[in-house]
Design a protein around this ligand. Structure first.
Ligand code: RP5
Length: 152
């Protein structure tokens, strides 16, 4: 994520990964304030054994696109809600990638972060049967948890 201030949002991605037993690392890597750290992180991600990158950032959110430009790994972008424009700026700057370097962009804020965790797990589950089974169980439990009646 681009800042420690993104963690209250991005922790929802971490929670989803925890729930599904997917190991991860959580780091602050700013495209604007720590460009060399971003270069080092993205350029070494695949050789360090990472499989998917979730990049959350707000405002003029260059982190996901810049990370995607420097790694062949799939990059999922989470637009963090900004104070000035409520994350519209984050969303548009992440989703409007020019053709050639894709970023899979999620919803603004908490839902997007949670879904980024779930989507990362789904990507990993295509080559991990045990994780696929955990994901199926999670989805079934979620379905079971939705009562049809409007009240008890
Ligand atoms: C972005 O600027 C970060 O991703 C964060 O969402 C936003 C504001 O950062 P802080 O000023 O709170 O550190 O780079």
């Amino acid at each position: 994520m681009g800042s420690r201030s993104d963690w209250p949002t991005m922790t929802h991605a971490a929670e989803a990964l925890d729930q599904l037993g997917v190991p991860y690392e959580a780091k602050v890597v700013s495209a604007h304030r720590t460009p060399q750290r971003l270069y080092d992180y993205a350029a070494s991600a695949k050789s360090r054994g990472l499989k998917v990158i979730i990049a959350g950032a707000g405002g003029a959110a260059h982190l996901p696109g810049m990370a995607a430009s420097m790694t062949p790994l799939p990059v999922l972008g989470v637009p963090v809600e900004s104070a000035a424009l409520k994350g519209q700026d984050s969303l548009l700057s992440i989703v409007q990638m020019p053709g050639g370097i894709p970023v899979g962009t999620l919803a603004i804020g908490k839902a997007g972060a949670r879904n980024a965790g779930l989507l990362a797990a789904a990507i990993l589950a295509t080559s991990d049967d045990a994780l696929a089974a955990r994901l199926d169980a999670f989805r079934a439990a979620q379905t079971d948890g939705v009562p049809e009646a409007v009240e008890d």
